[in-house]
Ligand binder design. Structure first.
Ligand code: BTN
Length: 250
């Protein structure tokens, strides 16, 4: 089976790196990282993943109607941002790309979910190895419905009633991603952080954050310069967290 993509779209994607269109792969992140020795930025797109994963090694649901892709970035590139900030740059880029493509506002649920009407539209998984990081994005695009065991999830089609071109959306994402990376490279991270905060569905909210070790309950009072959440817990302590699962309580 072939993946249909117009020459114009392919050329648009190829402006950002070498393009790899796959029918089936275990995980686009693994495939992207396997290309790291070639020392070129790469974009890997798959119709299907057999072992797609999310954060904390959870299984990631996707099908042919999803946008399933990874961007391989080289850590020795001149503008390469702090690795822990990358997921936040990707969140901003994907949120903007969806807004530009469909004209509906999305938000970022810290640290890596894109939500629309309070339901999860997309997730981002950044994974590094030696000289490269794979920024994996999984977005529910043209599904008419989502499996019932994923009640928090929604597709762009379900939210808009229309079908969308995954390659157009991906090109918008790449454009936004490289624009944000360039901004941080020029020392404009503070402005980028403002943009991230403006789209945050988590800031100023009362939340429960589950980390690998424990659970925290409190109010998110800020995101720090590295994109970590600053939480004032119900017991009055300030806790700074770089990873975790957030559930909004208000
Ligand atoms: C999450 O929400 O936990 C992150 C999900 C990330 C899924 C994408 S799909 C493309 C890339 N390949 C993977 O195996 N995972 C990411």
């Amino acid at each position: 089976m072939t993946t249909e993509v117009s020459g114009e779209r392919l050329a648009g994607l190829a402006r950002y790196g070498s393009v790899h269109l796959l029918d089936e792969v275990a995980s686009t992140n693994d495939y992207a990282l396997s290309l790291a020795s070639k020392h070129v930025t790469a974009i890997v797109i798959a119709r299907r993943q057999t072992k797609g994963r999310g954060r904390f090694r959870r299984q990631w649901y996707s099908d042919d109607a999803s946008l399933t892709a990874s961007l391989l970035l080289l850590t020795d590139a001149p503008d390469f941002p702090h690795p822990s900030f990358l997921v936040h740059l990707a969140g901003l880029a994907l949120s903007r790309a969806v807004d530009e493509t469909v004209g509906l506002p999305t938000q970022i649920r810290w640290p890596n979910d894109i939500i629309i009407e309070d339901r999860k539209l997309a997730g981002i998984l950044c994974e590094g190895r030696r000289n490269a990081v794979a920024v994996g994005i999984g977005l529910n695009l043209n599904q008419e419905s989502i499996p019932e065991d994923l009640p928090d999830a929604v597709s762009l089609r379900m939210a808009t009633g229309k079908q969308w071109d995954k390659f157009y959306l991906l090109e918008n994402f790449l454009q936004e991603m490289f624009a944000s990376i360039a901004k941080t490279g020029k020392g404009e991270s503070a402005q980028v952080l403002v943009d991230i905060k403006q789209r945050s569905a988590t800031i100023h909210r009362r939340v429960e954050v589950r980390t690998l070790l424990r659970k925290h309950v409190g109010t998110v009072i800020d995101l720090d310069a590295e994109g970590r959440i600053v939480l004032r817990t119900d017991s009055g302590r300030l806790v700074v967290l770089g990873a975790g699962d957030v559930r909004r309580l208000t």
